[in-house]
Design a protein around this ligand. Structure first.
Ligand code: GLN
Length: 534
């Protein structure tokens, strides 16, 4: 395609409507038609990236291959498109300002007064256009975080307004709004949508397509009314009603001709409706599965499932491919003890020990691991979960009673998990962990080799602490193997107990690398093991 097309997705009325899912669904539909698509997110907060944010603020922190700590929507983009994102796909207000201020300090503005318009807006526009010009995408979908009318997102909306003039037909705006159902009146209400479109119009943007989020399917009359009040073609009013799984959204949108309308409006050929075969096969498996697989996710953010978003989705994908419904139990590790662990975990087919930071809930993770190991339950430990597996083994098998990670107890006499050397003199906490994809060499004789079926893999990381190699020989001589190693640094990436049915800890995060079309082999193997009946 000659010119990159830019699509902006804005949101109105309330947040949490699922702009990320709608953007991903649209991206999927365009990709299925043979276009090269990427999705980008602008977040209107001042943090330079979400890396230092507590999960209670914005849920999981996703990590890109090139080591950027990103918003969890990037996980959706990757799961839908099966294409990796990069640092260029997630920009915050903080990053925009940081870059403008750095330029100002360098003297790049040649004595000019630096202002929101044009300097901040120019920097925003540069970051939008970069994906098209540098990476040659056919479509760049840019999701604007927040809700129109927010003070914080005004410079982003203003940049979109300017780009619409500059790009003409190569630019289009999709606005996602909410249509509430008032139970007492038994009526849907379109007024909030009308107001949010007016707000957008006041800011100089007329959306071409509206997506109405609703809990129940709307009749065409409602869509007609919205079209009339909002200056939008009736066919271009699409609805996105609640569906049991986010992976059904592309199909619901395709049925209403979402991408066909968009292609037509952008002057592109529409052609045949693609069959979306692999996607529909995945959905078929999901719909027809009757038996379940019971997995316990042991962590400390259990009341907040978004904190483990990518893990939940990876488990769901793997369960679906095994034609099982995922029955996921979030177990609060703070409440787990040696006394109640059997009651909590004995009915589970598999146990996943979650990643995390800090002391809270850690002893419960040890209790879960001890129970899982002694009862030979399929168990997967991720990052801190893997580190906890090592500590538990040191304490209960190798007899090092106070073994610990120096993250939890800096005074321990057995630092089986210790701070990585390059982390020791760091002052800045932001963006300074071991981040992104690194090589891992797998021992050909290990069980994990049978999972990946190759000796060299790349997986993504986000950690400061590591397995202390001074203890490696002692672990290996006593039944816990270090079967995956980073070839450059010797850092232990995978531990396993080969005599157990399936007991694996990984320092990396396989959940960042699992998509609908390409589920991660580690999750696939974990679920397979969980299904083996004793
Ligand atoms: N807190 C541990 C570390 O920094 C593990 C991090 C994680 O689980 N992502 O090494």
């Amino acid at each position: 395609m000659a010119d990159t097309k830019y699509i902006f997705v804005t949101g109105g009325v309330i947040s949490s409507l699922g702009k990320g899912i709608v953007s991903s669904a649209l991206g999927k539909l365009l990709q299925t038609r043979g276009y090269k698509v990427t999705i980008q997110k602008f977040d209107p907060y001042i943090n330079v990236d979400p890396g230092t944010l507590n999960p209670y603020e914005h849920g999981e922190c996703f990590v890109t291959v090139d080591g950027h700590e990103a918003d969890l929507d990037l996980g959706h983009y990757e799961r839908f498109l099966n294409v990796p994102t990069t640092k260029a796909n997630n920009i915050t207000t903080g990053r925009i300002y940081q870059s403008v201020i750095n330029k100002e300090r360098r003297g790049d503005y040649l004595g000019k007064t630096v202002q929101v318009v044009p300097h901040i807006t120019d920097e925003i526009k540069r970051n939008i256009l970069l994906l098209g010009s540098k990476y040659k995408y056919d479509f760049v979908i840019t999701e604007i975080g927040g809700t129109v009318g927010d003070i914080e997102s005004l410079p982003f909306i203003e940049s979109v307004r300017q780009l619409r003039w500059e790009l003409g037909k190569n630019c289009l705006c999709v606005h996602l709004t909410y249509v509430p159902y008032i139970d007492a009146a038994k009526e849907f209400k379109t007024k909030p949508t009308q107001h949010s479109v007016k707000t957008l119009q006041e800011l100089g943007i007329q959306p071409e397509i509206l997506v109405l989020r609703t809990e129940h399917e709307l009749n065409r009359e409602i869509c007609r009314k919205v079209a009339l009040f909002c200056n939008v073609e009736e066919k271009a009013v699409i609805q996105s009603y609640d569906v049991p799984s986010i992976y059904e959204v592309p199909i619901v949108m395709q049925k209403q001709g979402f991408e066909e309308i968009l292609l037509r409006k952008m002057g592109l050929e529409v052609g045949e409706k693609p069959l979306m075969k692999p996607w529909n096969e995945f959905l078929d498996k999901m719909h027809t599965a009757t038996e379940t697989v019971k997995i316990a996710l042991v962590g400390k953010y259990v009341e907040l499932p978004d904190a483990y978003k990518s893990i939940n989705e990876s488990l769901l994908q793997a369960a679906t491919y095994h034609h099982r419904k995922l029955d996921l139990h979030f177990i609060q590790s703070e409440k787990l003890t040696d006394t109640n662990v059997e009651k909590e975990l004995s009915q589970m087919d598999g146990i996943l020990i979650a990643p995390g930071f800090g002391q809270r809930g850690i002893e419960g993770k040890f209790a879960a691991i001890k129970y899982a190991r002694e009862n030979d339950k399929p168990t997967l430990g991720i990052c801190l979960g893997m580190q906890c597996m090592v500590i538990e083994y040191a304490r209960n098998v190798l007899g090092m009673k106070d073994a610990n990670s120096t993250e939890i107890d800096p005074q321990t006499s057995h630092k089986v998990i210790d701070l990585m050397d390059e982390q020791k003199n760091l002052i800045n906490m932001g963006g300074s962990m071991r981040l992104g994809a690194y090589d891992c060499e797998i021992d050909k004789h290990s069980n994990i080799y049978k999972v990946y079926k190759k000796t060299l893999i790349q997986e993504r990381h986000r950690h400061r602490f590591e397995f202390n190699n001074e203890y490696k020989a002692e672990f290996e001589e006593n039944g816990m193997s270090c079967s995956g190693i980073n070839p450059e640094t010797g850092l232990v990436e995978i531990v396993e107990i080969p005599t157990k049915k399936w007991f694996v800890g990984v320092q990396y995060h396989p959940e960042y690398n699992s998509t609908v079309i390409n589920p991660n082999p580690l999750f696939m193997s974990f679920i397979e093991a969980a299904l083996v009946k004793n």
